[in-house]
Design a protein around this ligand. Structure first.
Ligand SMILES: [Zn+2]
Ligand SMILES: [Zn+2]
Length: 144
């Protein structure tokens, strides 16, 4: 281990002040993850399976000893229109939000975004009936 790597491993908060540009092999899908192309200084999740590891308490501090797999569970759109991924730790349940990187797998992103729509917690054909029950105007015949 050279000196710079030693500093990275032991200096608390190193990644807060330094760009995280190490390439690494994804522990979940085995794909090599390279920071080039991410469009961000903090490539913290795999561009293929979008998983990450629970190593931070605050972004970049490497202060967590959990080490669990952070699964992408949801997407949200930030004020500036940029997408962000919500990761949830499989081991301890911690949630964290991470910016989408330029080379993130678009099909995987879409499948996460579509998930709640593809499996709604109620039958889709009941939407009209439910809206009516709620006092809203969900009826297709409201124009009559
Ligand atoms: Zn991966
Ligand atoms: Zn965790």
């Amino acid at each position: 281990m050279n000196r710079e790597n030693k500093r990275k491993a032991y200096q608390k908060g190193y990644y807060k002040t330094h760009a995280c540009n190490d390439s690494f092999e994804c522990k979940i899908c085995g794909r090599p993850v390279v920071p080039a192309g991410a469009g961000t200084d903090h490539r913290n999740h795999c561009s293929n399976c979008l998983c990450s590891l629970h190593v931070d308490d605050e972004p970049g501090d490497r202060a967590s000893s959990c080490g669990g797999i952070m699964e992408p569970v949801a997407l949200w759109v930030r004020k500036d229109g940029e997408w962000a991924i919500i990761h949830r730790c499989r081991r301890c349940g911690k949630l964290s939000s991470n910016r989408v990187a330029a080379d993130d797998n678009p099909m995987k992103l879409m499948s996460i975004a579509m998930k709640p729509l593809a499996s709604p917690p109620f039958p889709l054909e009941h939407i009209e009936e439910m809206t009516r029950l709620m006092g809203g105007d969900g009826s297709m015949e409201s124009g009559k």
